[in-house]
Design a protein around this ligand. Structure first.
Ligand SMILES: Cc1ncc(C[n+]2csc(CCOP(=O)(O)OP(=O)(O)O)c2C)c(N)n1
Ligand SMILES: [Mg+2]
Length: 803
């Protein structure tokens, strides 16, 4: 018998039945995992659980429409989808719950993220790209609600670029831009600004993005009436609906428990998005949470009996089961047999995951116990050590912490004694700690041989008759070379396209390279950043421009939570080598003079932060980064575009090294450390100081993250014995960060004859106008007087008091 499937394909009843039963098994497996997962938390084997129960059926439909090369950017409810695409199984589901740090057992994040945070592997062992067209891809989840949205936009936009820009080697990333980026988000999370910004931007850009809203009417305990106008996201998005005259969204509404309706909805969405690059929102309504939001808290506290009864009736798995029986795909008895089989499979898989997780630690426990016996036997603290040993031996499945605690505490009891046994224990602790520490701390930055620090310096070269030009010309000519030689490179931001950025560092380049590669965007910093992340995750080399450093705060959440953690949270299995371009430091007023470098340095570990003092250095950083595989933020000096710099003749080739400082003036009396726009004032002060017999050495750190990887600053302090760090951040900002490195990492305190100090801007935002600047930021006079004061204190006779 031939029948018509929901997607109107004619197949045999038997084939359709097979597919239906396959889906049924995945849905039941996923549900069993949720149920057992909750028990694992309640019995203390896992710390926290957040599951996909009540969202199974639409995810099966999503998985059917999802093709190789496609990307997901979703959230913690999507375990059924991940199982349906073959990226998650029972064992890896439980390994995630247990925080198993083995990437083989727990491929989502090697235990770094809570269970329910999904991702696939985009990279080979050596950090190079896999062929993303031969697999189904999921970008790595993040916990902040709606933080998956900005990245989703970029994942979708990559298809548009691949379809419309010639000359890119797309083999591993795209088939003529036919890939869809699929987003998922909870109904309550659509309250976040990121959601709205992404929706609007996708409508403008017309990219193949399909967002599913899993609507269960709640966000933890808070009902939709507090979340969403009219309690209905698709209703209020109606203005985005495309029509004959205007491009926009296709909006689809479907009940999540209705198996055939969801399949139809996803088939339709896929067809439109893939072919036409139209963004789509699927509002999946009437979903439930059989076990409540998560393992912390019970839903009986905020759902009344009516609601709970409705949820039991409309549970999508229950409805699907009814449908399977009603349509004669199976019988009550057959399904019961299947259910029992799956229950057993899940129990067995859970046990296997627990064993795989605990076995290596039990082995370590067994290794350690005799070592503790050995050290105890000849120790004065024998009883104390044996009691630690006994406590450890009684733990059935010890974790790493418990094992190392026993070992290290025993060592504390051995202070002052020497023995072969103690040496053995120390070696064992060191070996176990260093191996294990990597499980938790590796891959913050790229560990591939393309990492940005291994790119070699190439100096700018100059012809004999090299002209002095406005510095923005150097950026422009260098970008020109970049776009000429890297077809996969593109830049976008506010005023970036038509006028070639507000300082004309891209003048004329849109005409030359087209409006997709040198593009204007709306005023929406978070999604500018997201565009960059998503496109970088699909093999492009985006440069996202944030017009002024002061406005990076709008994008900071995305940079900090998503971009900066990507390598780390996937243990090096995904990367987004995005360059963020901005301009900052002093110019005018509260919002065009910011230099919040301390804040950025602290929030953006995982991203390189570069602070070039001029545009030649900046251009060199772009060239370096394009050769590497890592994300970075480059802050050009806002007041430097019209200053004169000599025109190099090797554009695209000269490279500024990352993490390497430069001594820009030699001196013997004091080491001055600074960066960016402040350096010009430091140089001016140093010239004046020379007049009074003080010879300052000036070091430009150039790169705040990483900072002085060769430890060159201490070499200068060894010579001068005095140290002042100067910047225009707030007191205790980046200057304190630099000082900590010099004193603690480089041990410069050993060489100091004077108190090491910082000179910074005032604690408030910089006031407007020239006087505002003078009284808010360090001036050449401030710098002179500070240094003179240090010299006066050290030798009042030679340097008599200024006042
Ligand atoms: C920015 C942010 N705020 C708060 C939270 C805590 N939180 C986690 S899930 C959640 C509710 C989300 O509800 P919804 O989007 O409807 O998804 P559901 O869990 O109902 O599927 C909240 C408030 C968070 N993770 N991130
Ligand atoms: Mg919800």
């Amino acid at each position: 018998m031939q029948i018509e499937t929901p997607s109107k394909i004619s197949i045999s009843f038997e084939d359709f039945k097979t597919e239906v039963l396959k889906d049924y098994k995945i849905a039941v497996t996923s549900r069993e995992c949720s149920l057992l997962g909750r028990r694992e938390v309640l019995t203390g084997k896992a710390k926290f659980g957040i599951f996909g129960d009540g969202k199974e059926i639409p995810q099966l439909a999503l998985a059917k429409a999802f093709k190789n090369g496609d990307f997901r950017s979703g959230y913690y409810r999507d375990q059924t989808f991940m199982m349906a695409i073959g990226a998650l199984n029972i064992e890896s589901f439980f390994a995630g719950l247990y925080a198993d740090s083995s990437v083989e057992n727990e491929p989502m994040s090697a235990g770094r993220q809570m269970g329910g945070h999904f991702g696939t592997h985009s990279l080979n062992e050596d950090g190079s790209w896999r062929n993303l067209m031969q697999q189904k891809n999921s970008s790595a989840d993040t916990s902040p609600t709606a933080s998956q949205m900005p990245r989703l936009l970029g994942l979708a936009q990559a298809s548009k670029i691949y379809r419309n820009v010639d000359g890119i080697d797309a083999e591993k990333f795209s088939d003529n831009g036919n890939e869809i980026a699929w987003g998922t988000i909870g109904n309550a999370s659509t309250s976040e600004g990121h959601f709205w910004e992404t929706i609007n931007a996708a409508g403008v850009l017309q990219v193949p993005m399909v967002i599913s809203v899993w609507d269960d009417e709640y966000g933890i305990s808070v009902h939709a009436r507090h979340q969403t106008t009219k309690e209905n996201i698709s209703e209020i998005l109606k203005g985005f609906q495309r029509d004959e005259e205007n491009k926009g969204f296709e909006i689809i509404v479907v009940n999540g428990w209705d198996y055939t309706a969801v399949i139809e909805a996803y088939e339709k969405a896929a067809e439109i998005a893939r072919d036409l690059h139209v963004p789509i929102l699927i509002h999946v309504r009437e979903l439930t949470q059989p076990q409540g939001h998560s393992t912390s808290g019970s839903q009986e506290r905020y759902k009344n009996e009516d609601r709970l009864a409705w949820e039991r009736e409309f549970d999508c798995n229950v409805k699907f089961r009814e449908w399977v029986i009603q349509n004669n795909f199976s019988t009550q008895e057959e399904l019961e047999t299947i259910d029992q089989e799956i229950k057993k499979q899940v129990r067995d898989g859970k046990k296997a995951a627990w064993l795989a997780y605990t076995q290596p630690m039990v082995k370590k426990q067994k290794e350690l116990l005799p070592l503790l016996d050995n050290v105890a036997s000849s120790s004065d603290n024998k009883d104390a050590i044996l009691s630690l040993k006994n406590e450890l031996s009684e733990i059935k499945d010890p974790i790493k912490k418990e094992i190392l605690m026993a070992a290290r505490k025993s060592l504390h009891y051995l202070i002052g004694s020497e023995s072969g046994a103690k040496k053995q224990l120390i070696d064992w602790i060191d070996a176990y700690t260093s191996g294990t520490q990597r499980d938790f701390s590796s891959n913050l930055y790229s560990e591939s041989n393309q990492n940005a620090l291994s790119v070699k310096e190439v100096k700018p070269s100059y012809s004999n008759e090299a002209r002095e030009v406005d510095a923005r010309i150097i950026l422009r000519d260098n970008f020109d070379k970049i776009f000429e030689t890297h077809p996969e490179a593109l830049i976008f931001g506010e005023d970036t396209g038509k006028i070639g950025d507000v300082n004309q560092g891209l003048e004329g380049l849109q005409n030359k390279y087209g409006s997709l590669r040198v593009a204007d965007t709306g005023i929406r910093e978070a999604t500018i950043l997201g565009q960059g992340i998503g496109m970088a995750m699909r093999g492009l080399r985006p440069i996202a421009e944030i017009q002024y450093l002061d406005y990076i705060l709008y994008a900071l959440q995305t940079m900090s939570d998503d971009l900066a953690t990507l390598q780390y949270r996937t243990k090096g299995k995904q990367k987004a080598p995005l360059i963020v371009r901005t301009r900052g430091h002093r110019l005018e007023g509260i919002w065009h003079s910011g230099s919040p470098m301390g804040a950025l340095v602290h929030l953006l570990r995982g991203i390189h932060i570069l602070v070039p003092r001029n545009m030649t250095k900046a251009a060199g950083f772009y060239n370096t980064l394009l050769e590497g595989d890592e994300p970075a933020l480059i802050i050009e000096c806002l007041n430097g575009y019209r200053l004169k710099e000599k025109l190099p003749n090797n554009f695209g080739e000269f490279k500024t090294p990352i993490g390497v400082v430069e001594t820009i003036k030699e001196g013997t009396d004091i080491t001055l450390v600074s960066y960016g726009s402040t350096l010009r004032l430091v140089e001016e002060a140093a010239r004046d100081l020379k007049e009074v017999g003080i010879h300052a050495e000036i070091i430009d750190v150039q790169s705040l993250l990483p900072l002085d990887i060769n430890k060159d600053i201490v070499k200068s302090v060894e010579k001068t014995n005095r140290l002042l760090v100067i910047d225009e951040d707030v007191p205790g900002g980046a200057s304190a960060y630099i000082l900590q490195n010099i004193l603690e990492v480089q041990n410069a305190y050993l060489h100091l004859d004077s108190k090491p100090q910082t000179l910074t801007a005032k604690a408030h935002r910089p006031s407007y106008g020239t006087d505002g600047d003078y009284f808010s930021k360090p001036s050449a006079e401030d710098i002179f007087e500070k240094i003179y004061g240090i010299m006066n204190e050290s030798d009042p006779e030679k340097y008599p008091a200024l006042k």
